[in-house]
Each structure stands twice: as structure tokens, then as C-alpha cells.
Design a protein around this ligand. Structure first.
Ligand SMILES: Cc1cc2nc3c(=O)[nH]c(=O)nc-3n(C[C@H](O)[C@H](O)[C@H](O)COP(=O)(O)OP(=O)(O)OC[C@H]3O[C@@H](n4cnc5c(N)ncnc54)[C@H](O)[C@@H]3O)c2cc1C
Length: 463
């Protein structure tokens, strides 16, 4: 069988890339190993309730009139109408360094601006310079790694402010330990602080259904439960793929969205090529489903808290199973215009040590017990700050880096992939390109834009 264009991976970058291709050439097929699309941003059912796996908030909010905004550009590229999605904006979020300082922010940049003005008056002038710099800076121009931390420290001269500004950007998109590439920093600063966060009114399933029906209407096809075992190639040119079932599919163009190392591993007999960068950051997340309780004191006006309780903010792979000194507390129901659900939800996210969890996973009972123990520890640590909810839990579910690895085949379960990004998507084959997390754009909008831009750059001109 021959399909002119194949896309490996039905996560958000693969779906967006395939829609973009289908607009011009409907002979495109997505190959996804699971029965369901979405990858890191998917869903599962427990007790007939749908739980989203990855969605806290979507970054890069933009009003309809802002034609140049990444969100509106993306919708245009995919030929999706804004009115097909109901946008619920975040209420208010904050960076909370307990015992030190708080910085509130929302989709109105003025809030963060006034917080920095009143809480870090001496750094306010340089903070305005930073905004001017981000306005001018082209983060997509090819450039070697430049340390955002060094740049910010020199400019702002205030370690606490630097760490507080970096904390949400790192948790929502850094594959580097304790630093970020300046380009990535500029992208994330704009995406989170200047543009802001939202979520669709429906669930991630509704969003995925919208994308897939749109794609199918254009003529594109999807094969689920279809794992690619090998990428077939000859003299630097890909000829097709071999599936786990033994079936082969020939193609003219192949786009892989499964990661750079993960793609290289499928290229049998490929010349040894080190993709470098071996530190992989793992995360653990617990979702709590809670009985509604009018008497509880959980926040109703806060969407996300990015917190730190340590003396310094440390964003690195922990020595222990998890590092709950810092993390993210998300209240997924607290968005403007979101219909109230019968039950409430809270999500706690922390950095986690992949190797420790991997070792423990060989003993399922001990693995499960450890998940409960770490979730309980985090609850004890954080309830004094956000309010008690322990007595209202009806369901809890924890994923570790091992869950992510098992589900998406991401090496070491690293959500943000390889710290070394391949911005042009080129891994040395004439008709094979990578898009998604390892191309350098992160998050939902980022990964979708990555799919679209690699298709525009490398595939559409050849169709
Ligand atoms: C817990 C969590 C919370 C998150 N929260 C947010 C958030 O609030 N906001 C936000 O913007 N982003 C969030 N993200 C990040 C966001 O989900 C990702 O950046 C984005 O979805 C990555 O999409 P992708 O398509 O590049 O990769 P993936 O989603 O990993 O997609 C790759 C796909 O390829 C498939 N695959 C792998 N190997 C093969 C193979 N050999 N054959 C066939 N198929 C294969 C996988 O099954 C997967 O479906 C979160 C992620 C997680 C895990």
C-alpha cells in the first residue's frame, strides 16, 4: 500500500500537521499507536466520568481582532472558525513563593505589571526594559543557546524576581534544568504573561473531536492502534514504514511527531547519530475529584498557583521520587464562563525522578503504595495554604514519568522531551522531518504551531 504523506503520532502536533496537509493534499494518514488520539493531551474514563490527562490551561489566549496572535494564526492555518470553540479565560493565577512574595497575573498584563511595580519597585524600570526587549525579539531566528537566567539576573538584579518570573515558564515548558534558552523564554513569557491562558468550554475530548471531524471532512484518514516499528529508508531517503503487525506502508513524505531520539530509534541501520542531551525532566501529577462542599475554603477565584516553598527555586530532576517543594496547583473549574460541574477538581504537579519510579514499577503494589504516599504528603504540605479537601475526595489518580513513557513512548517519560531542540525539523533525511515537542515549540498551541510550520516549510512546497 502507498500513502503519499504519513504522519507518525496522533498528538496535537500530528493532528494539526495532518489538517494543514489535508487542506492541500487529502492523501494523508495519521498513524497512532493508541486507540485514542491526543497523546499527552488526551482523556480517560473512571466511574463513567471523563478525566483529562494533561489539560491545565491553554496558553496564548488572543482576542479575535488580534490577527497576528499565534492562536488566530493557527486557527486560520487550520481553517477553523473561532466560533467553533468557546473560549473560557483564566480568572486569576499567581506565583506564590511562600514566606517571600506573591505575584498575581491574569489575561490583563497590567495586573502583573502593577504587581512588579509595587512589590519590586527597584526592578520595575528594568522589568519594563524586559518587556520592550520581548516585543522586539525574534525568538524564531536561528541562534545558539543563550541563558535566560543570566540575561534576567543581569537585567533585573533581583534573584527572587528572576526565580518568580521563571517558575511558571519552566513548569509549563522547560526541558532544561534550572535555566531556559532565551528564545524559549521569550516565547513562553509572551504565551503566559502577555497573552494569557484559557480553556475551551467543553472537554479535551470535544476539542479533539472537533479537530478530527474537520480533518476527516478534508479527506484525511487516521489509523489508531497502529504502532510504527521501523522507518524504512534507502540512501538518505525514507521509503515507508513498517508497523508492529508486520504490514508496510510506502510513502513519499514522512513527518514524525514522536520525538527526535524516538524517531532515530525507528531508523534501522541509520548511521549512528548522537542526538545529545540526556537529562530528561519527569513530572508527577495527581488529579483529585472532590464532592462539592459549600463549606470548603478552596479558592473559587484562582485558576493556577505556581508555588515554591524552598529557600531557593530549584527546577531540576530530584534525587528523591518527587520534589514537592515547588510545583503547580491547578483548579480546572475556575475559568470564566465555565459551567459548574457536579464535582470539583484539583491537580497537583511536581518534578519527579524517572529512574526511581521506573525501578519501583517492577513491583506494582509498591509502586501504587508510593503513588498514594506521595500524593498524601503533597496534600499535607499544601492544604494549609489552599484549604482542606482531604475529606471530600471521591477519586484520585496519579501519573508518574513511567505512566507517560508507557502511554506515549516518550523517552524517560519526559513531557518536554529532549533539551536539545531541532528548530528546522531536519534530522538528515530528504523526506523525513520532525515536529512537536522536540522541534522546540511546547504546550498545546506550541505543538500545533510546530506541526503547521514544519508542514509549511518542508512538505507543502514539495506536494
Ligand atoms: C500532565 C500534562 C499536563 C499538561 N498541561 C498542559 C497545559 O495545561 N497546557 C498546554 O498547553 N500544554 C500542556 N501539556 C503539554 C502538551 O500536552 C504537550 O506539549 C503537547 O500535547 C505535545 O503534543 P505532541 O503532539 O508534540 O506530542 P504527544 O502528545 O506526545 O504526541 C505524540 C503521539 O505519538 C504517538 N506515538 C509515539 N510513538 C509512536 C509510534 N511508534 N507509532 C505510532 N504512534 C506513536 C503517541 O502515542 C502520541 O499520541 C501538558 C502535558 C502533560 C503530560
Amino acid at each position: 500500500m502507498k500513502i503519499p504523506v504519513l504522519v507518525i503520532g496522533g498528538g496535537l502536533s500530528g493532528i494539526a500537521a495532518a489538517i494543514r496537509i489535508a487542506r492541500f493534499a487529502p492523501d494523508v494518514q495519521i498513524l497512532e499507536q493508541h486507540s485514542r488520539l491526543g497523546g499527552l493531551n488526551s482523556y480517560f474514563y473512571r466511574n463513567q466520568t471523563l478525566f483529562e490527562t494533561g489539560l491545565h490551561a491553554i496558553t496564548n489566549y488572543a482576542e479575535a481582532g488580534d490577527k497576528k496572535a499565534p492562536l488566530n494564526r493557527l486557527l486560520r492555518q487550520l481553517k477553523l472558525r473561532r466560533r467553533e470553540i468557546s473560549f473560557c479565560q483564566q480568572l486569576e493565577s499567581r506565583v506564590e513563593f511562600y514566606g517571600h512574595e506573591t505575584l498575581r497575573f491574569s489575561n490583563q498584563f497590567e495586573l502583573l505589571d502593577s504587581e512588579v511595580h509595587s512589590k519590586f519597585p527597584q526592578a520595575y524600570g528594568p522589568f519594563r526594559q524586559l518587556i520592550a526587549f520581548i516585543d522586539e525579539f525574534d525568538p524564531f531566528a536561528p541562534a545558539p543557546f543563550r541563558s535566560a537566567k543570566t540575561y534576567l539576573s543581569e537585567l533585573l538584579g533581583n534573584r527572587l524576581l528572576v526565580d518568580m518570573l521563571l517558575c511558571p515558564l519552566m513548569f509549563y515548558g522547560s526541558s532544561y534544568e534550572n535555566d531556559m534558552d532565551l528564545s524559549q523564554f521569550a516565547i513562553m513569557f509572551r504565551a503566559i504573561y502577555i497573552e494569557g491562558m484559557f480553556r475551551p468550554k467543553g472537554s479535551i475530548k470535544d476539542f479533539l473531536d472537533l479537530l478530527t471531524s474537520h480533518y476527516k471532512l478534508m479527506g484525511g484518514s487516521i489509523r489508531t492502534k497502529c504502532q510504527v516499528k521501523k522507518i524504512l529508508h534507502c540512501k538518505g531517503q525514507v521509503t515507508g514504514v513498517e508497523l508492529n503487525s508486520g504490514e508496510t506502508i510506502e510513502c513519499d513524505h514522512l513527518l514524525s511527531t514522536i520525538g527526535s531520539d524516538e524517531t532515530m530509534a525507528l531508523l534501522e541501520d541509520a548511521p549512528a547519530k548522537s542526538m545529545k542531551g540526556d537529562t530528561r525532566l519527569g513530572f508527577i501529577e495527581t488529579i483529585y475529584e472532590l464532592k462539592r462542599d459549600e463549606a470548603d475554603s478552596l479558592p473559587t477565584d484562582t485558576t493556577i498557583i505556581f508555588y515554591n516553598k524552598g529557600e531557593n527555586f530549584n527546577y531540576s530532576s530530584p534525587d528523591d521520587y518527587i520534589d514537592n517543594k515547588s510545583g503547580v496547583i491547578c483548579f480546572p473549574g475556575n475559568f470564566s464562563g465555565l459551567p459548574a460541574k457536579e464535582k470539583k477538581e484539583i491537580r497537583f504537579t511536581h518534578l519527579a525522578n524517572y529512574s526511581k519510579w521506573k525501578k519501583l514499577a517492577s513491583d506494582p503494589e509498591a509502586y501504587l503504595a508510593k503513588k498514594f504516599a506521595t500524593s498524601k504528603e503533597s496534600r499535607h504540605l499544601l492544604e494549609p495554604f489552599i484549604g482542606r479537601f482531604n475529606h471530600n475526595i471521591v477519586f484520585e489518580n496519579t501519573f508518574t514519568p513511567v505512566t507517560i513513557e508507557r502511554y506515549t513512548s516518550k523517552r524517560k517519560g519526559a513531557i518536554y522531551g529532549n533539551p536539545v531542540k531541532i528548530k528546522d525539523g531536519n534530522i538528515g533525511y530528504k523526506n523525513l522531518f520532525i515536529a512537536g515537542t522536540d522541534q522546540g515549540f511546547l504546550g498545546i498551541i506550541g505543538s500545533m504551531l510546530s506541526g503547521v510550520s514544519i508542514v509549511n516549510q518542508h512538505i507543502l512546497p514539495k506536494l
